[in-house]
Design a protein around this ligand. Structure first.
Ligand code: FE2
Length: 361
């Protein structure tokens, strides 16, 4: 077992967005997150405003710049709304940062205290693909609502049954997948969990390659995609064009009852990709017996895949902003630790239908 930085968990994912007040309303009302904490003018934070939302063990921060000189403003100008920081809790931020840099990570911010009346944390960060960073956070004596600098501002919502972040996928440029896989192996001690090549993931038009990097305990799974040459533009290239560089492509949210979760998300207005009816005709022979009724899965557009350990159910949203960049996956695992390889073809054909509508295929 190797965990050189002593990662404990995904602490939170921070997004830079154009309007955090409206984005937090969307994530509360559509995805069922409750609001936990806030930082902004009222807390003497004058360059940014942030809303902290949580559901199950998934914590997100939606941050907007209050001035054109704030780093978030440049991030949004270039990328649109997107993920800035995938933050990890570690045993000791100083030790984790020193070890990461020793192992070849590019430093972003040196370890420092962040404190308020509720106590102190240590925080540092290292860079990853594109303009994305990993914060490393360790607790000293902090007992407040989220992190120092935030005040409690609870808004309860009806949750959608999301229990945790299952994985987060990054898109990188052609030829860079191995570079970043090596980075996660070397710096974080992750191993190559699963690899998909262009034979697994190609359609008539476009292809991609993917490697799933994971810690030994499978607490943090970070697949990395790169485009593969095809007859037409890969969905990864479309992302890279519109995000203007590498970044987080999708976040997979795990739930315990996908039929209930997807029914609620659909009722709340989340739009999902669809597959043809023929997918469900072939399903019984492809995956064998499952607990769920196939007509119900078909009605909701939920996909199923099986490996020798069990099966999984999954569905993918359309992009959640105007640029065709970040989208969500909803996943329920019933023994299967895979990523839905058997669904790639149907799924990517669906993505390409959407790409064609956008004039990007
Ligand atoms: Fe995924």
């Amino acid at each position: 077992m190797t965990n050189p930085l002593n990662l404990k968990r995904i602490h939170h994912v921070e997004f830079f967005v154009g309007n955090a007040r409206q984005a937090s309303y969307y994530y509360r009302k559509a995805f069922g997150y409750s609001q936990v904490a806030y930082s902004g003018l009222e807390t003497k934070q004058r360059s940014r405003t942030s809303y902290v939302l949580s559901q199950g063990k998934a914590n997100i921060i939606l941050t907007t710049p209050m001035t054109p000189s704030d780093l978030a403003a440049e991030h949004i100008r270039k990328h649109g709304d997107g993920v800035y920081d995938v933050a990890f809790e570690v045993d000791d931020a100083d030790a984790a940062f020193a070890e990461a840099v020793k192992r070849g990570a590019t430093p972003d911010t040196e370890p420092h205290d962040i404190a308020d009346a509720n106590g102190t944390i240590r925080r540092a960060s290292v860079r990853t693909y594109g303009d994305t960073i990993h914060s490393l956070i360790s607790y000293k004596d902090y007992k407040g609502p989220f992190l120092p600098g935030y005040i409690a501002r609870p808004v309860e919502e009806t949750d959608c049954g999301i229990v945790r972040i299952d994985h987060m996928v990054g898109n990188v440029e052609l030829g860079k997948m191995k570079v970043w896989a090596d980075y996660y192996e070397k710096v974080f001690g992750f191993h190559r969990y699963i690899t998909f090549d262009d034979k697994d993931i190609s359609t008539e038009y476009s292809a991609l390659m993917s490697v799933v990097m994971s810690d030994d305990k499978h607490v943090v799974k970070m697949p990395i995609n790169e485009p593969a040459p095809g007859r037409n533009k890969s969905q990864i290239e479309e992302y890279l064009d519109w995000y203007v560089g590498p970044g987080v492509q999708h976040i997979a949210l795990q739930c315990g009852d996908i039929i209930k979760t997807v029914s609620q998300l659909r009722a709340n207005g989340i739009e999902f990709l669809t597959v043809p009816d023929s997918y469900y005709e072939a399903l019984p022979s492809r995956v064998g017996p499952i607990d769920e009724a196939i007509p119900e899965l078909k009605k909701l557009g939920i996909l199923v895949d099986r490996d020798d350990e069990g099966y999984l159910l999954q569905i993918f949203s359309k992009p959640v902003e105007d640029r065709p960049t970040l989208f969500y996956e909803i996943i329920q695992r019933k023994g299967c630790r895979g990523f839905g390889k058997g669904n790639f073809k149907a799924l990517f054909e669906s993505i390409e239908r959407e790409q064609a509508l956008r004039g990007n295929l």
